[in-house]
Design a protein. Structure first.
Length: 890
């Protein structure tokens, strides 16, 4: 019995060669990025046949096949029914597989980059399976540690961290740059929100400098973070393809975002306790219901301040006596038992109304200062007077309105000109007098006398301010009046009370900070001593002149090496050895002589020994698209107005330099310069390529011959004899427009060149790249690439397989006669090089049908070695020649 077997052959082979190239990593990442950008476009194309339509096609074909199967089953005889059921089930499965493969082929054709995207998805999945996480190291000497839980954390740092398709590759970390502690995570935090999603990060930290880093474990970037401090955006950080891999963490880290964190604004009010009457206390604590009556609160250590929310409170005052502390008692272990307690007085305005626990009351509404005399409701304790009245008279000058004064820095004892009664304790005091104009009291003075009229202190102010120490009480010695300023010419070393007799300083000047000028006896001029030898415009070491009119504060006496303004360069001696002298050696070698060099270079010459001439040359500058950016000079500024245009320049025989400039910095944009002589011969020419460029040239009969040509050795037009580039460098490497391009094999016909770095970088033709050859004729790839000794070459042994002739990538095969490259074939009768006469056959007509009407979808019918199929439609016919006497394989 003949057996009809339908065989569906679908072979798909997708070979990927995954190679790592240190030199080409950026190129490959760029290709991957391009595929990501095209995903949205591919999604739109894929919608041509939706999933629902595919499913409908499959269901319809399965239903039709089931109908045919049922009809077949009904017609089968009972003796072979089981075999047919098994056969039909196998046919149904094969049909469904063929339909599925067809749909996948349709999807592949509609989405040609799917294989590439699948490849890169596989790379990321392999990376995720093998990546063991970042290392906890921030640099060569600092290990990342998790921040401790204690400490003030009043600043709030938050971030919105987003990822691309590969969420698990995105990492982030917040570090302080002092301890390199990680805040908010146990080291590097991993993105867990999923592909193309964002997650929030927040942590409270102490004030300081911090760095937020985002990184990618794979190296293609895609993560980003917006970072906030106390709710305000401080910046954003994005990981990208090309970020350097950290040798410490192992991640591809984007540059970190550094910022300072400040404590968040407090919403509590600051309460300050200003307590009096506690002079015997070594430590004071204000404790209350706001601290749970634990004995602590606003203390000496906190500056008697505490932050409290607005509201009503009660408190009491604890005083640890200094004597208790001096005795070495560990009072802090029981502050209540080792303190004197001060409570509010009964019926007082500050009393809480409780006779058992008479606490102070406190109402907080914003920052406030609480002032009490401890144990009372008074703001200050009453102080018994210990002072004695003295009589003070101030004034008597011509400008008393300028006078003011204080005793002992103020404290209520201060005033202007007039008569006063001041109460002073026994002991040392200081009277300080001021003059608002700064010219002294102009005849005014002060006098302090006791109740008996005895003089205690007196004096006057000469400038804007002066101090006068004095003593009161029985223990004070009687004052010795006189000038008490050691810097004054009138100084009295025995005087202990200044009587205003300090009149002049340093030999007659009004102030101790002044010194007399050299001509003081006649001019009376003084100058500020600090200005001595500070330089003068006369000697070129300052921007100002001497301070003394006669210049005596500057000059040669300053050249003793102690004044910074008078260096060796300034204090140079002339040829006579005189510092600041003006004698020079003339051209005849005489110090102070008058001989000079004439314009011909002759000492004491009359200018007749030379006849300096120049020759006119024509200069043309410009001709580009942005001539307004052009400027130029010759020999640093000779001739022309320095812009584009035509000029006549007169040049002496010899070497010269033309320098061209471009204000935008992008070259002269097609412009050039040309210098020609009177005969029209080119002397020099060129063009600026960047912001500036210089060109050397020569004029006159002694110059070498000027030869224009291509001066670039890489150019096909290179002229080694050329002395200047005339713009004739046109092609490279045999006709290409750039030096980094090389011609393809069919260059003579196609004119195609490609980047030299693309040579032998693989081709989809040989299965070692996802792109085709760069040259249209494929000459940049092929067997020649198999001869490379580059260890990173994509032409590996697996790619460069030799044919039977040993030719790499060759197509020669062994024929049926065993000859490599031979032409022998097997005839229809199965005989090598036969003529088909060794067997007989009968022509038969093959009629084929397809129930669905779309062809056999790639299925093949083989009858005795002849193959048939329906490409499209519902039916087709064909002929086959078979040996009816033998068993036929179908």
């Amino acid at each position: 019995m003949k057996t009809l077997t339908k065989m569906f052959l679908l072979g798909w082979c997708l070979c990927f060669v995954s190679l790592t190239f240190a030199d080409n990593i950026e190129q490959k990442l760029a290709i991957e990025a391009e595929y990501k950008l095209q995903q949205s476009k591919q999604t739109e194309q894929n919608n041509v046949i939706t999933q629902e339509e595919k499913r409908a096609i499959i269901d319809a074909k399965i239903a039709e096949k089931s109908r045919l199967q049922n009809e077949l089953n009904n017609n089968n005889s009972s003796d072979n029914n089981a075999a047919k059921i098994e056969q039909d089930a196998r046919l149904t499965a094969e049909k469904e597989a063929a339909i599925k493969n067809k749909l996948e082929e349709i999807a592949r054709l509609q989405n040609p980059d799917a294989a590439k995207m699948e490849y890169y998805n596989e790379l990321h999945e392999n990376h995720a399976a093998t990546f063991s996480g970042p290392r906890m190291q921030v640099n060569g000497y600092s290990i990342i540690e998790v921040a401790p839980e204690n400490g003030s954390r009043d600043g709030n740092v938050s971030a919105t961290v987003c990822s691309d398709d590969w969420s698990s590759e995105t990492y982030f970390i917040l570090l302080d740059t002092t301890n390199w502690w990680a805040w908010g995570t146990d080291g590097w935090g991993q993105h867990i929100a999923g592909p193309n999603a964002c997650q929030e990060f927040a942590v409270s930290v102490p004030a300081g400098n911090y760095m937020f880093i985002i990184a990618d474990s794979y190296g293609d970037g895609g993560g980003s973070a917006d970072v906030y401090m106390n709710g305000a955006l401080v910046g954003s950080v994005v990981s990208s393809a090309g970020d350097a891999q950290s040798p410490y963490s192992g991640l591809y880290e984007a540059p970190g975002l550094s910022f300072d964190v400040e404590d968040a604004a407090s919403t509590d009010s600051t309460v300050t306790f200003n307590l009096d009457g506690l002079d015997d206390c070594g430590f004071v604590s204000v404790t209350g219901d706001f601290s749970g009556w634990d004995g602590w609160g606003a203390t000496t250590d906190t500056g008697m301040t505490i932050a409290l929310p607005d509201g009503n409170y009660e408190f009491t005052i604890l005083c640890v006596l200094q004597s208790t502390m001096d005795a070495g008692v560990e009072w802090w272990n029981d502050i209540w038992g080792n303190s004197v307690q001060y409570s509010a007085p009964f019926e007082g305005a500050c009393w809480n109304g409780n006779y058992d626990y008479p606490n102070y009351t406190l109402a907080v509404s914003g920052d406030t200062t609480v002032s009490y005399c401890a144990g009372s409701c008074d703001a200050e304790c009453e102080v018994a007077s210990t002072c004695t009245d003295y009589y003070l008279s101030v004034g008597g000058g011509s400008y008393d309105s300028e006078i003011s004064w204080v005793i002992d820095g103020g404290f209520g004892v201060e005033g202007a000109a007039g008569d006063f009664t001041v109460c002073l304790d026994d002991g040392e005091h200081v009277f300080a007098g001021y003059d608002s104009w700064g010219d002294g009291w102009n005849g005014g003075s002060f006098t302090i006398t006791d109740a008996d009229g005895g003089l205690v202190a007196t004096g006057t102010v000469d400038g804007d301010y002066a101090e006068f120490p004095f003593c009161t009480g029985p223990d004070c010695a009687q004052p010795v009046l006189g000038c008490t300023d050691p810097a004054s010419d009138q100084y009295n070393p025995d005087a202990d009370t200044d009587d205003g007799s300090c009149l002049t300083y340093n030999g007659g000047c009004s102030f101790a900070s002044q010194s007399p000028c050299g001509d003081f006896e006649t001019s009376g001029q003084c100058y500020t001593t600090a200005y001595t030898c500070d330089g003068s415009s006369e000697y070129g070491n300052a921007g100002w002149g001497a301070d003394c009119a006669d210049g005596s504060d500057e000059g040669a006496q300053c050249c003793d090496g102690t004044y910074s303004a008078y260096t060796e360069d300034v204090c140079a001696a002339d040829c006579n050895g005189d510092i600041f002298g003006d004698a020079v050696v003339d051209c005849a070698g005489e110090c102070g002589g008058s001989a000079v060099v004439d314009e011909c270079g002759e000492c004491n010459g009359d200018g007749s020994s030379c006849n300096t001439t120049c020759t006119d040359y024509s200069l043309s500058v410009g001709g580009g698209s942005y001539d307004s950016e052009i400027s130029w000079d010759i020999d640093g500024g000779l001739g022309g107005d320095g812009t584009a245009g035509d000029f006549t320049v007169c040049l002496a025989d010899g070497e010269h330099i033309f320098t061209g400039y471009d204000s935008w910095g992008d070259g002269w944009n097609g412009a050039s310069f040309t210098i020609t002589d009177a005969d029209g011969d080119v002397v020099a020419e060129g063009a600026v390529l960047g912001s500036s460029e210089s060109f050397s040239f020569c004029t006159g009969p002694d110059c070498a011959e000027v030869i224009g040509g291509c001066t670039n050795p890489l150019s096909d037009q290179y002229n080694p004899d050329a002395t200047f580039d005339d713009g004739s460098c046109l092609t490279y490497n045999g006709g290409c427009p750039f030096s980094w391009h090389v011609p393809c094999g069919d260059f003579e016909y196609s004119g195609q060149c490609v980047n030299e770095s693309y040579i032998c970088d693989g081709s989809s033709e040989y299965g070692n790249a996802f792109w085709g050859a760069d040259c249209s004729d494929g000459s940049d790839e092929g067997a020649e690439c198999c001869e490379s000794d580059d260890p990173y070459s994509v032409y590996t042994e697996d790619v460069c397989v030799a044919d039977c002739n040993g030719v790499a990538l060759g197509d020669a095969v062994v024929d049926c006669a065993g000859e490599c490259g031979g032409s022998a074939v097997v005839d229809d009768c199965g005989v090598c090089e036969g003529d088909g006469s060794s067997c007989s056959c009968t022509n038969i007509l093959v009629t084929m049908n397809d129930s669905f009407g779309d062809g056999w979808n790639g299925s093949i019918l083989n009858i005795g070695g002849s193959e048939f199929t329906i490409d499209s439609g519902s039916d087709a016919t064909g002929e086959a020649c078979v040996d009816l006497e033998s068993e036929i394989l179908v």
